[in-house]
Design a binder for this molecule. Structure first.
Ligand SMILES: Nc1ncnc2c1ncn2[C@@H]1O[C@H](COP(=O)(O)OP(=O)(O)OP(=O)(O)O)[C@@H](O)[C@H]1O
Length: 681
């Protein structure tokens, strides 16, 4: 569906200039364009592989050097909502009558025009006449998901809607009413009444079912359904806390937004497993996301919340590009495609040698970070700029700073180990880890129950923001410019693919060395019985240390950073793990079920800072971002928790607890300090 080759179409809409409507903006008198949109010109680039549109922030670069985030389409400020409807949503409504389920998401920061763009009332307007013409019946449900609880907005007094899978594998929404509507007026009245009950930070959804009236002896009633999901606003935790909002709530909301993005990413990437269960929203919409369903995500951009806008577009672009990567290798999942491109592509290999990088250290995500396509933008590209946000000067970030594959693929080694390990599970022999350098935690997945636990690591990181608040403040001073963000200099960018791959990096860990710990109540399939079945943590950390040492960095600072991190890891190994590992594992086994295969995925989060006037100061490279956020290569709390064998869920819980009950957490933090030495200062 998307031009990226994926099933999810991801478009963006830039909200119109509200400064004309009297809304507060940063000083726009001296402002430079805050966002610009470039699209390949078919006349000058008839052979262009991509019809994707590039969104760039900042104005310091020439149009041929624009860096940015790619999406399937971007509607600029002057575009009318009706045009967007006709181009993007109308086809979905037509599909509805042919039996296709569809879902439309509106996603973006506060006040970015999500509700304004999705306009559910008008959409139902377009459905009713067609239904009547074809003798179909339309029923609607309106719900909200707040703190992972689903409520029926037609009757808020009813108990929580329960979401479960029936014996046939169909998702059931028990307790959600469906109301038959026959006229637009009737629907508008119902919808207005229902949405007036919604909570501020909730996801609001409307499910429109088109059904065939009961035909004698036939049970097949449902023709199709379309879901309109007005997602809760993405909020930046640091900004929120400074403005007195509820940080815990923002964290929860953002986590669920990341979960939605993880699902879209997995769908676009044609991954075998999609982490629907990661959030209530995706779980309840599962029927309308998988299979032949069509999905549209409209990412709304708000110039007055530029930081959040960049973060949301960054994630949206990541999901979009997953489809592109998968389309390069349609026979395989995106992970396989990633591997193929990273390990075998002649272009990549060429780039690897050019940049003195070992092929085993590369993945497309490594060599093609969020802005790395800039060097490939066609000279004839059209570019439009919009003026709002004041910016500072650009600074180039070398590509080497984007990330590395820490662990080489050692599938062969694993095979030879397989017999030694006896009953150890090895079916996911090429399980990969994707780790965003700018993020602190990872996603775990259980192969045994075919259920994924995608990462909501940015949320975890936000959870840990109070620990880092001082760093954040100081890093603001270090930040220079939005354009320095994820953007390497043109000379430094290997011309690998004509696309953006958002900043994250991938490394592979052999399954015999993978494990994670989960709560017993959630999963129970494989119990790793200790050191024999699982290699010592010290070995993994040692490997991390060695790989860090072997990284080639372009600058002295980066080299020093790598050495520092390597030394830190060495220190942790020496002081804490070599002696403690068997004990830790035994303790873990007492309390948890350990799975032998894990899959980690992190959404990408940029590192944009604002000064007190909300002017953007910097969008750091992923590596810089990691550096800043982790205070000079201190490994983040949640990453560390993962390393010591605590799964993401538990790590999330610990971090959330710290937010909500700082006192007990101080004790936990003390304990962690003992374990991690300098890491948790
Ligand atoms: N493209 C646009 N043109 C004109 N006005 C707009 C546009 N987009 C949004 N608005 C106006 O901006 C305001 C906020 O829009 P809207 O409520 O749709 O944002 P939202 O992202 O849904 O906000 P929330 O944070 O409450 O979820 C509304 O008054 C809306 O009419």
């Amino acid at each position: 569906m998307g031009s990226n080759g994926g099933r999810v179409r991801i478009v963006a809409r830039i909200r119109s200039d509200l400064s004309k409507e009297g809304e507060n903006f940063d000083d726009v008198s001296n402002s430079k364009p805050w966002v610009s949109v470039s699209r390949p010109d078919p006349e000058t680039n008839p052979n262009s592989r991509s019809s994707r549109v590039k969104i760039s922030f900042g104005s310091d670069q020439t149009s041929s050097g624009k860096q940015g985030y790619e999406v399937d389409e971007c509607y600029e400020q002057e575009m009318k909502t009706q045009v967007i409807f006709l181009k993007e949503m109308k086809p979905l409504i037509s599909g509805l009558f042919k039996g296709h389920n569809s879902t439309v998401f509106a996603y973006g920061p506060r006040g970015s025009g999500k509700t304004y763009t999705i306009q559910v009332r008008l959409r139902v307007d377009a459905i009713l006449p067609q239904a009547e013409e074809q003798g179909k019946v339309v029923t609607v449900s309106v719900f909200e998901v707040y703190q992972d609880r689903v409520s029926d907005l037609f009757d808020v007094a009813r108990p929580e809607v329960s979401v479960f899978e029936d014996a046939q594998g169909k998702i059931r929404l028990k307790g959600l009413s469906k109301i038959k509507v026959t006229s637009t007026l009737e629907f508008q009245r119902l919808y207005l009444q229902a949405t007036s009950m919604r909570k501020l930070q909730s996801h609001t959804g409307c499910i429109v079912h088109v059904v065939t009236p009961q035909i004698e002896k036939s049970n097949a009633q449902l023709v199709g359904k379309i879901n309109f999901i007005d997602l809760a606003s993405y909020e930046d935790s640091r900004r929120k806390s400074s403005e007195g909002f509820n940080l815990a709530e923002a964290t929860r909301v953002n986590k669920s937004l990341y979960a939605v993005q993880n699902v879209l990413y997995a769908l676009n990437a044609k991954e075998a497993r999609v982490p629907y269960r990661e959030s209530k929203v995706t779980r309840m919409l599962q029927d309308s996301l998988g299979g032949t369903s069509r999905i549209l995500m409209i990412t709304c951009m708000n110039p007055s919340h530029c930081q959040e806008t960049i973060q949301t577009i960054n994630l949206a672009s990541r999901s979009c590009m997953a489809g592109f990567l998968a389309s390069l290798d349609p026979g395989k999942s995106s992970r396989s495609a990633t591997k193929t491109l990273g390990m075998s592509s002649p272009q990549v290999m060429k780039s690897a040698s050019k940049f003195n990088m070992k092929p085993s250290m590369m993945s497309p995500k490594v060599v093609k970070p969020a802005s790395a396509s800039a060097g490939k933008i066609q000279p004839g590209s059209k570019s439009h700029s919009h003026s709002h946000m004041s910016m500072k000067k650009a600074k180039n970030v070398p590509i080497e700073a984007k990330g590395r594959v820490l662990f080489p693929n050692r599938a062969n080694t694993n095979n030879s180990k397989k017999s030694e390990l006896g009953n150890k599970r090895t079916e996911n022999a090429s399980a990969q880890r994707e780790v965003s350098l700018s993020l602190a935690s990872e996603t775990a997945s259980s192969s045994t129950q075919q259920e994924e636990k995608s990462v909501t690591s940015a949320a975890l990181e936000m959870d840990s923001s109070p620990l880092q608040s001082e760093e954040a403040k100081s890093s603001q001073n270090n930040c220079s410019d939005i354009n320095s963000s994820l953007i390497p200099s043109q000379q430094d960018v290997p011309p690998v693919v004509d696309s953006i791959v958002p900043a994250s990096f991938t490394y592979q860990t052999p399954p015999t060395e993978n494990f994670y710990i989960e709560d017993k109540e959630n999963k129970s399939s494989f119990l790793n019985s200790g050191a024999e079945a699982s290699p010592p943590l010290s070995a993994r950390l040692r490997e991390l240390s060695n790989n860090l040492k072997s990284l080639s960095f372009s600058t002295e600072a980066n080299l020093k950073m790598a050495q520092d991190s390597s030394n830190l890891v060495d220190q942790v190994i020496h002081e804490n793990f070599e002696a403690e590992t068997p004990k830790l594992l035994m303790e873990a086994n007492d309390k948890h079920v350990i799975h032998d295969n894990s899959e980690f995925k992190t959404p990408v989060k940029s590192c944009v800072r604002f000064n007190e006037n909300h002017e953007m100061l910097n969008l750091a490279s992923p590596w810089e971002s990691f550096h800043m956020r982790s205070s000079g290569m201190k490994v983040s709390v949640s990453l560390f928790l993962n390393i010591v064998g605590i799964g993401d869920k538990r790590a999330t819980y610990i971090l959330e607890m710290r937010e909500e009950s700082p006192e007990p957490f101080k004790q936990i933090q003390g304990m962690m300090k003992n374990v991690a030495g300098e890491l948790f200062i």
